[in-house]
Ligand binder design. Structure first.
Ligand code: URA
Length: 427
């Protein structure tokens, strides 16, 4: 069968700064999914989009075409409202783990269809797989049962949702075209809209450890995604949040599960608690729950009860000891002073090099690998005091990790830069 368009023409239009009409966009996504357009031509178009951009109407059509490339889900048969959250990804970002059970404690169903990590940001499924017995794969029937009781599920997204995005994302990853607002917005929103959630809260990260390094870019990404969600009938809001510093005190799979359990037990680092509670309030407001005292639900064990049921529902043992790395290495302060720098990217790359993340799809990750932060930004330390502990199963990874970590932490005389966790709200 003859194809409706010629890919060389489509690439040329975008290369020369033109706009792609609806017919061409629908065709490109469909033809690439069918394998009629090859990787080399799609890579060229991605790069042209990266350099020339897309207008709002093009982004909306691109997103719709990716949704239409696969199946869609619906949670309308559930007896309760649904609320979903998505983070653009960051270092130490374990928020989904305490957040899903916290929101479920209020009778709102939370379907968190998640992915595995690639590069320096960890994947939610990799973190939960550190829990003995826990399985990421859940059938659609079982997913609906778990969403009724205990009410929250964190599992692998089915391969049928937005298959065009899966192919395009894999290609972007190896052609340096990931950090592009139209491509990120359409990638994230096509999956979220295809999932069929009633409402969506986006956590758009800003800073060295995020895709978006500056606030204006992050605001534009947030605005684009909120508009895409609204146009598709999904009640969507975004929080712009800091990712110049890692979230919490623990980076790495089992380490982040342990920190999440601390939060669910009513403790944990202040920044993780603040962001978890802010996102929970947004999700609950979207689902019609007014003035929830989310801090109380963490303190009195309601969220912890849901967590334990959620882990058990997927074969995990919430009481089993978490894996521990075989080797540790400590980084100590060389002088008295204040921690004036604690860079998210440097520590994220360090943790990845220790074995917590993967370089290629399908690589194994070490459950126990990662970094513990003993002195946070702005804290006073004395010479010889422990700043960080590096964890790995393979000691020969430590030197490479230190090349990234060492310039990422500084002890100086001056005050540390002010840090606000939540920078803005976009609705
Ligand atoms: N996450 C996604 O799912 N897609 C992107 O493009 C970036 C982050």
């Amino acid at each position: 069968m003859a194809e409706r368009f010629d890919m060389v023409d489509v690439i040329r239009i975008k290369r020369d700064g033109g706009r792609l009409d609806d017919g061409r966009i629908d065709w490109v996504i469909d033809a690439y999914t069918r394998g009629v357009v090859g990787d080399e031509q799609m890579a060229a178009l991605n790069m042209a989009i990266f350099l020339r951009g897309m207008d709002r109407a093009e982004i909306a059509r691109w997103t719709r075409a990716m949704i239409d490339s696969g199946e869609t889900m619906s949670f309308e048969s559930l007896s309760r409202p649904t609320a979903d959250k998505h983070s653009t990804g960051g270092v130490g970002d374990k928020i989904t783990l305490p957040l899903a059970p916290l929101v479920a404690a209020y009778g709102v169903a939370v379907p968190q269809l998640s992915g595995r990590g690639l590069g320096h940001t960890g994947g939610t499924l990799d973190k939960l797989e550190a829990i003995p017995g826990w399985r990421a794969e859940v059938s659609n029937t079982r997913l609906m049962e778990i969403l009724e009781d205990p009410g929250c599920v964190i599992c692998a997204a089915g391969t049928g949702l937005a298959p065009a995005d899966k192919k395009i994302y894999a290609l972007r990853d190896i052609t340096s075209t990931v950090d592009c607002i139209p491509l990120i917005a359409s990638s994230i929103m096509s999956k979220k809209i295809a999932e069929g959630t009633g409402s969506l809260v986006l956590d758009v990260k800003v800073g060295s450890g995020a895709f978006m390094k500056d606030e204006d870019q992050a605001r534009e990404l947030a605005r684009t995604m909120v508009d895409l969600g609204r146009d598709a009938g999904v009640d969507t809001v975004a929080l712009l949040t800091d990712m110049s510093v890692p979230l919490g005190r623990k980076i790495g799979n089992a380490l982040e599960v342990a920190e999440s359990v601390e939060v669910l037990a009513g403790g944990g680092p202040a920044d993780v608690v603040e962001l978890t509670c802010a996102l929970a309030r947004e999700m609950l407001a979207a689902a019609g729950v007014e003035d929830p005292d989310v801090e109380a639900a963490l303190a009195d064990g309601r969220a912890m009860d849901r967590w334990r049921e959620m882990i058990r529902a997927q074969g995990g043992d919430p009481d089993a000891p978490l894996p521990v790395a075989r080797h540790t290495h400590e980084v100590r302060a060389e002088r008295d002073g204040t921690v004036t720098r604690l860079d998210a990217l440097a520590l994220g790359v360090g943790s990845w090099r220790l074995g917590a993340g993967r370089a290629r799809k399908g690589d194994p990750v070490q459950a126990g690998a990662g970094i513990e932060i003993h002195a946070g930004l702005g804290e006073r330390v004395t010479a010889g005091q422990r700043l960080l502990t590096l964890h790995t199963d393979e000691p020969d990874r430590v030197d490479r990790a230190l090349e990234s970590v060492t310039p990422g932490i500084e002890v100086g005389d001056g005050p540390a830069p002010e840090r606000r966790v939540i920078l803005d709200r976009i609705a």
